[in-house]
Design a protein around this ligand. Structure first.
Ligand SMILES: Cc1cc2nc3c(=O)[nH]c(=O)nc-3n(C[C@H](O)[C@H](O)[C@H](O)COP(=O)(O)OP(=O)(O)OC[C@H]3O[C@@H](n4cnc5c(N)ncnc54)[C@H](O)[C@@H]3O)c2cc1C
Length: 414
């Protein structure tokens, strides 16, 4: 059988390669970067995505390098607790929620793939420039950034997992236009810090209009003093933003002002930010959902198919779910074009809903609601502002759309 060609060795491409290899379907992965280096900061894998990675035999390795996050905590900008809920196994799921350095996740996927499928099947340093197809397969074209050489390879079909600025997405939808800026700019970093609260909490605090923080640990015991590597994101509504570049350094003076008076008994936020290893700046962007992803033997997966704003910890997870669905469809259909049609029918609408929900009512809608109701002032008792049932309903509605409420994860609850 001819190979399925995967373009992009990010989270989606590597998971798909592992899933296809597991099903006995031959693959080759092409990656633009000359070397797969641990770039990025924190990422979350929610229980529905952990389930898929566990099926690929990766749960043990992830548990070794990640933090199993046990609770979500929501605070206002005065450090007052609004809402607390358990996560992962503590919430009754059969699979944990992992908070992990994106590089650690990518390296774990890559190591498993190389070990199972051979290093020669992950080909780095080739940037895809386009593709053509005919009745029997696809021809995919690449350029080497290092030497300027070009390469064309044949495969049975092509899955574009080449992320937000996907070349193949542009080829399939040439008039779509650039990603849409959400009006929120982000500064991200990691800080080595003693465990904050339980040391396994995903903390969201403040609100976008004045400045919001997301803070969660992604590695345990990074030194002899039992400190953790703690991921943080500062998010502020502002028209100021620049094109997304995963390596763009951020300047602390551009955002620290919003958090200068965040001195809480559970964390001194300005000191924590100032102790960061490095700071990156990203605009919060997404794209409107596409009407279709698959053109016969070519399809899209992950951010190439449905980039979303990172407010629901779902970008990596939805790419992982895509990979599982696509592998199932390729097992069920001999013809790749039929498989891609079935995959699109299964995944396009659910992911479009996550894109929309991440814009309008992600989990931090809780913070927006309290910000509005209190007029951005401290409260005496949270019960007088909003009931626990309302807070739980806001949180649960996102889980349902994103597909990880316990009811829809059949067999997911213990
Ligand atoms: C360098 C980098 C750092 C990131 N850091 C974070 C982070 O800190 N936090 C977070 O939440 N999300 C981060 N993301 C995004 C996150 O990985 C995705 O939102 C999510 O995991 C979905 O994965 P994906 O596989 O669809 O896309 P990605 O993980 O973005 O992977 C796309 C892959 O395709 C490769 N590629 C792109 N164009 C081509 C081409 N023309 N030819 C060949 N290969 C190509 C890229 O180099 C990359 O390896 C990062 C992405 C990248 C590429």
């Amino acid at each position: 059988m001819e190979d399925i060609i995967i373009v992009g060795a990010g989270i989606g491409g590597l998971t798909l390669a592992l899933a296809l290899h597991h099903e006995g379907i031959p693959v080759r992965v092409f990656e633009a970067a000359p070397e797969i280096k641990p770039i990025g900061v924190g990422i979350n894998i929610l229980p529905h995505a952990t389930r898929e990675l566990a099926r690929l035999g990766l749960e043990g390795e992830l548990a070794r390098v990640a933090v199993a996050t046990r609770e979500a905590l929501f605070f206002n900008r005065f450090g007052q607790l609004i809402y607390r809920e358990p996560l992962g196994r503590d919430a009754g799921y059969a699979w944990p929620q992992f908070s992990i350095h994106r590089g650690d996740l990518q390296q774990a996927l890559l190591a498993a793939l190389v070990q199972r499928n051979g290093a020669e099947r992950v080909i780095t340093g080739w940037q895809c420039t386009g593709c053509e197809q005919d009745h029997s397969g696809v021809t995919v074209r690449f350029l080497s950034a290092e030497t300027g050489a070009s390469l064309a390879t044949r495969g049975r079909a092509l899955v574009a997992c080449d992320g937000l600025h996907s070349t193949i997405r542009k080829q399939l939808h040439p008039t779509e236009g650039e990603p849409r800026y959400s009006g929120v700019n982000m500064w991200r970093g990691v800080t080595r810090w003693p465990p904050i609260l339980s040391g396994a909490a995903m903390i969201r605090a403040g609100w976008l209009a004045r400045g919001k923080m997301v803070i969660y640990p992604i590695r345990d015991h990074v030194d002899g003093e039992a400190r953790q590597l703690v991921n943080w994101v500062a998010e502020i509504e502002t028209p100021r933003h620049r094109a997304r570049d995963w390596n763009r350094p951020g300047a602390i003076d551009d955002f620290i002002g919003a958090f200068e008076d965040w001195h809480f008994d559970w964390l001194d936020v300005p000191s924590f930010i100032r102790a960061a290893d490095a700071i990156l700046e990203f605009p919060m962007i997404d794209q409107d959902p596409l009407p279709w992803w698959s053109d016969e033997r070519i399809t899209l997966l992950g951010d190439a198919a449905h980039p979303m704003v990172p407010r629901g910890s779902n970008g990596a997870g939805q790419a992982i779910l895509d990979a599982r669905a696509l592998a199932d469809c390729l097992v069920a259909h001999d013809d790749a074009a039929d498989a891609f049609k079935a995959y699109e029918a299964k995944r396009l609408e659910p992911t479009a809903n996550v894109v929309r929900m991440s814009r309008t009512n992600p989990p931090d809608a809780i913070l927006r609601e309290v910000y509005r109701r209190t007029g951005d002032r401290p409260f005496a008792r949270i019960e007088d502002v909003i009931s626990n049932a309302e807070l739980a309903a806001l949180s649960d509605s996102y889980k349902r759309v994103a597909g990880y409420d316990r009811e829809s994860m059949q067999g997911g609850a213990r």
